[in-house]
Design a protein around this ligand. Structure first.
Ligand code: ADP
Ligand code: MG
Length: 774
């Protein structure tokens, strides 16, 4: 079998063992090239150099056991449930026969690390067993007397149907070991992961040996080494993936081109890429397992660094490019000071003053501002944006402010129009719900430069909206928009200053990567005289008491929100939909009070009417869906009841709760939780009662959900990582980002930078899923 030389960019279908079906499976996980496959890294490792004998197992321990199948088959419990039941006998003592003669060397012989690996491989390989028992004493007992292990899989009819096991097979079982309650001192593992050992003679790869001399049979990838365990790809389990990766590494034969700049690699003492890849998949037996499990071996660290360095450098380059264009230069004149003084409704907090200063400094420089204004709900970002707006308009430029919902856009519009009344500005609003004629008229006036401030929804980014003098773009609740939408608005001006605002507190690690191309200002202080919100967790029996509490509050002149998850009856979920409950509450629970209903499917004028009525106190209790989640500001509202709170995520709960606690009076958030609840839901609710700190809540949310889910999967422009994990790798992230910025600013040579940029351009969209924008 001739060894075909593959490169990283070769398609996986050219790998041995990959036919059209497997290629398609792999493609479903975005594994298309050899490089993709090599960056599909193990999520855990099993030490199969030292196997624990069954009789030495300790209950409660999670471990790998090698057993020989005695009996197996489907059984039924007394309640009629199917259980696949397998009994296996001690087999670790018999492994010499299978494991003998297998070297533990890596697949790519000519890479740098080969020497050390050879040294760490089994001495006298080919004679001695390639693994050792944890108990070096030879056993005097017969093989099975040390105990048996029972394995059970519930409802695993497929195991029977596919004839997965048969007596005599050697199988690795991985899982938590416990005493078998029916088995007189024997052990059991419930639903273990398993891997059937393929003896050398049966191994498919036996006839298609990989390059000499490191020939690896399939069995040698399973036994006698630290083996990588992969997340399955469809029906492709660890065993197959391991073989494919091994084959890929072998066919590259150490020829993996370095992708980090050499100067960076040397300065930071990082392993070369080729060794790092092969050591990550097939670690030397001398690698500490704890390091492997924590992803902290030199090989793993190198790959994590590489990924984060590339993103960091990409963002640094983008940022440098953005800074290279000339922006509208604003000036802070006496007029500006007077104008702001005229409209300010309160004294800004120290935090507000500080962020305004940062923003104004940016806007007065020759380069366009690209700044994220982060601040917890209710921290007062709006007034900061208004002050920036005044600077822009006074300098002779137009301002566009984009908000994610019509309700919020209208609220901003009405508030700003009223606040800016003392100033001679033209303020208008563009949302798709307005009449066609009005919109045409408005667009014409915008194009003539006759409107100074345009507030709107994504209707603003439609192609026929043209600004002759767009100097400042403000995007509120920016996490609700994709990066592309943001850029569409920005492109409407030659090089406008950009201020994006978010109330979603993004944990530091995420902010560092997501917003690496943005400068960040944080409003880390709430306006004065706020009483902390009290949050109570309630259940169905508390309902009457809950309603009573709302009645009492509203009687004193305060207002309330009652929030429901869905707007209409749902066949599947027993939720109390807003519409039905609105009627019920009006008639039976709060008769004599003025109630209003708000949900996303109401016509725009109706939404506007309801919001205004609530704002003016005409409506006392607003029954609503989550449309009130972002931005809505009615300081007199001091109670919020969230029904079916267990169904909401932490971020929406925090945002919703942010609608109250906006005035001086004490606010109360009532979380009414239904049944059944998951453990995670309970954790979320507990978190809500324990903290009102958005950053703390976001950190917990991130831990509960993981970065992908936290951000809403695959929002355009968010890098997806293959090996880096932002929760685990915060330190490496900071390190890599620092090095990336340093490299872009002061590369060892311009050739090195140029070569790196070329490489990054090729891999950027594919590897990080980042659209090339700007
Ligand atoms: P967010 O940051 O969530 O957008 P807002 O800008 O809506 O917050 O402000 C929340 C509330 O606090 C508003 O009612 C606003 O008028 C008020 N507010 C903001 N800054 C101050 C301040 N410095 N002093 C008093 N009230 C303030
Ligand atoms: Mg806001």
């Amino acid at each position: 079998m001739p060894t075909s030389r593959l490169t990283l960019s070769s398609e996986v279908k050219y790998l041995k063992g990959v036919g059209p079906a497997r290629a398609e499976l792999l493609a479903s996980r975005a594994i298309r090239t050899v490089e993709d496959l090599l960056y599909y890294t193990p999520f855990r490792y099993e030490d199969r150099t030292r196997l624990t004998r069954i009789r030495d197992l300790v209950p409660g321990q999670t471990t790998t056991v090698l057993g020989k199948v005695l009996t197996c088959g489907l059984t039924r419990t007394r309640r009629g449930k199917y259980v696949y039941d397998l009994a296996a006998a001690e087999a670790s003592g018999r492994m010499g026969a299978v494991g003998a003669g297998l070297g533990a060397a890596g697949p790519s012989g000519s890479s740098q690390g080969a020497k050390e690996r050879a040294a760490s491989a089994v001495p006298g390989s080919g004679v001695a067993p390639a693994f050792a028992l944890s108990d070096p004493q030879p056993s005097r007992k017969p093989a099975y007397a040390g105990g048996m292990i029972r394995c059970k899989w519930f409802n695993a009819i497929y195991l029977e149907k596919n004839k997965v096991f048969r007596p005599g097979q050697l199988v690795f079982f991985y899982g938590r070991v416990d005493y078998d309650p029916y088995g007189r001192g024997n052990f059991e593992i419930i639903q273990p992961e398993f891997e059937i050992v393929v003896p050398e003679s049966e191994s498919e790869s036996g006839s298609e040996a990989e390059p000499e001399p490191q020939a690896a049979t399939e069995a040698s990838l399973q036994i006698g080494r630290i083996v990588p365990v992969y997340e399955s790809v469809g029906t492709l389990g660890s065993r197959v993936l391991r073989k494919l990766v091994w084959g890929a590494l072998a066919s590259l034969d150490g020829q993996v081109p370095e992708c980090l700049p050499e100067s960076v690699r040397r300065k930071n003492n990082l392993m070369d890429r080729s060794s790092a890849l092969s050591q990550t998949h097939f670690p030397d037996r001398n690698q500490p397992l704890e390091d492997l499990a924590r992803f902290r071996t030199p090989a793993q660290v190198r790959l994590i660094f590489e990924e984060l360095f590339n993103v960091g450098a990409g963002l640094a380059l983008k940022r440098r490019k953005a800074k290279s264009v000339e922006a509208a230069q604003f000036r802070v004149t006496e007029n500006v000071r007077q104008a702001i003084k005229k409209i300010l409704p309160f004294h800004p907090t120290t935090a507000q003053k500080r962020v305004l200063k940062e923003i104004v400094e940016d806007m007065c420089s020759a380069q366009p501002m690209n700044r994220l204004l982060q601040g917890d709900v209710g921290s007062g970002k709006t007034i900061v944006a208004i002050q920036a707006t005044i600077v822009a308009i006074e300098s002779g430029w137009q301002v566009a402010l984009m908000a994610p919902t019509e309700i919020l856009a209208m609220q901003h519009y009405l508030y700003m129009k009223q606040l800016l009344r003392p100033l001679p500005y033209q303020v208008d609003v563009l949302i798709s719900a307005r009449k066609a004629g009005e919109k045409e008229e408005l667009k014409k006036r915008i194009a003539q430069g006759a409107v100074h401030l345009v507030v709107g929804t994504h209707a603003l980014i439609e192609p026929d909206v043209e600004f002759p003098q767009l100097g400042l773009v403000v995007v509120d609740e920016q996490h609700r928009f994709g990066v592309l939408q943001r850029y569409k608005l920005i492109r409407k001006g030659p090089a406008p200053h950009v201020l994006v605002m978010t109330a979603t507190p993004i944990p530091r690690t995420l902010a560092l990567t997501l917003y690496g191309d943005l400068d960040v200002s944080v409003v880390d202080q709430l306006p004065p005289n706020r009483t902390p919100i009290e949050t109570r967790l309630l259940t169905e029996p508390d309902r009457a008491r809950t309603f009573e509490l709302i009645r009492a509050k509203v009687k004193t002149g305060e207002q309330a929100y009652v929030v429901y998850p869905l707007i209409e009856e749902s066949a599947k979920l027993d939720l109390r939909p807003a519409v039905r409950m609105y009627e019920h509450l009006s008639r039976n629970v709060f008769p004599g009070f003025r109630l209003g209903l708000l949900h996303g499917r109401l016509p725009s004028e109706e939404k506007e009417r309801v919001m205004r009525a609530f704002k003016e106190g005409e409506i006392q209790i607003l029954v609503s869906t989550t449309v009130v989640e972002v931005g809505v500001d009615v300081p007199n509202a001091t109670v919020m009841l969230i029904e079916h709170a267990e169904r909401f995520g932490l971020a929406p709960l925090h945002q919703l709760r942010g609608r109250i606690g906006r005035g001086r009076r004490k606010s109360t958030c009532l979380l009414l939780a239904g049944e059944p609840r998951t453990e995670i839901a309970d954790q979320r609710l507990r978190t809500m009662t324990e903290s009102t700190d958005g950053f703390r809540i976001a950190e917990i949310d991130l831990k509960l959900r993981g970065p992908g889910e936290f951000l809403g999967t695959r929002q355009a422009g968010i890098p997806t990582f293959r090996i880096a994990n932002l929760l685990r790798d915060e330190k490496i992230l900071e390190w890599a980002k620092r090095e990336a910025a340093e490299f872009v600013e002061r590369p060892a040579s311009s050739e090195e930078l140029e070569a790196f940029v070329q490489l990054l351009r090729k891999t950027w969209p594919h590897r990080y899923g980042l659209a090339r924008v700007g």
